[in-house]
Design a protein around this ligand. Structure first.
Ligand code: CA
Length: 234
């Protein structure tokens, strides 16, 4: 369900991390230097980056700062790896915008736990956990959407779109952001594609009376609004 980019020039370590991540159901890309990492992120925004500090050429620290300075990548979850365990390094890493920090050698079990924690905090749509808004329930593990006892039929793209909106409710998302986070492509897909799928999503939610939860914010994009408590019947 989630895309993770591993930036590490020591291939044995990169492969070990990748194997564990794939085993946990993640989609993994490996970059061996900063340039490759930049190209990967420019093409497809990952859900999380595991970033080694010591890279040939530009360091992981510089890379983290660069991503934090760009509006498209400023909230990209980053877990930093380093061979040095000094407190000053940890502070520098977190200052550069890393969400967490792990010292080598680390156990892959520990890394997986940290990844899960960071995703839960920053990219909950990347986890296979059921979420709800109002009486809508979205379960990525079974790909089911229900409203009370009623099952709703959604296409795969509408499912991903709804899942993303439900995990990031009340916030306005531009079409560009939705293409990045739901489609994984912000360059080659036309923005009106989003409108087409939003319409299909509303049509799919209509039988449960939930179509109006997907709001158009004129000139900006879309947001999911949770029905106010006064409208929910017990
Ligand atoms: Ca390295």
């Amino acid at each position: 369900m989630s895309r993770i980019l591993v930036v590490e020039d020591e291939l044995a370590i990169a492969e070990l991390i990748a194997i564990n991540l794939r085993h946990a159901g993640h989609e993994v890309a490996i970059a061996v230097d900063a340039e490759q990492a930049i190209n990967e992120v420019d093409a497809v925004l990952p859900d999380l980056v595991v970033l080694d500090w010591m890279l040939p050429g530009q360091s992981g620290l510089t890379l983290a700062r660069r991503w934090r300075a760009d509006p498209r990548t400023q909230s990209l979850p980053v877990i930093m790896l380093t061979a040095r365990g000094e407190e000053s390094d940890k502070i520098a890493g977190l200052d550069a915008g890393a969400d967490d920090y792990l010292t080598k050698p680390f156990s892959t079990h520990e890394l997986m736990a940290r990844i899960r924690a960071v995703l839960r905090r920053k990219a909950p749509e990347a986890l296979e956990e059921a979420v709800s808004a109002g009486h809508l329930r979205v379960d990525p593990a079974t790909r089911r959407v229900s409203a009370g006892a009623q099952d709703l039929r959604l296409g795969p793209t509408e499912f991903k779109l709804l899942h993303f909106l439900v995990t990031h409710p009340e916030r306005v998302h531009s079409r560009k952001q939705l293409l990045d986070r739901v489609w994984g492509d912000h360059v080659f897909i036309e923005e009106r594609t989003v409108d087409v799928h939003v319409k299909r999503l509303r049509d799919a939610l209509a039988p449960a009376g939930c179509a109006s939860m997907i709001e158009t914010v004129r000139g900006v994009g879309y947001r999911l609004v949770r029905p106010s408590n006064s409208l929910v019947t017990p």
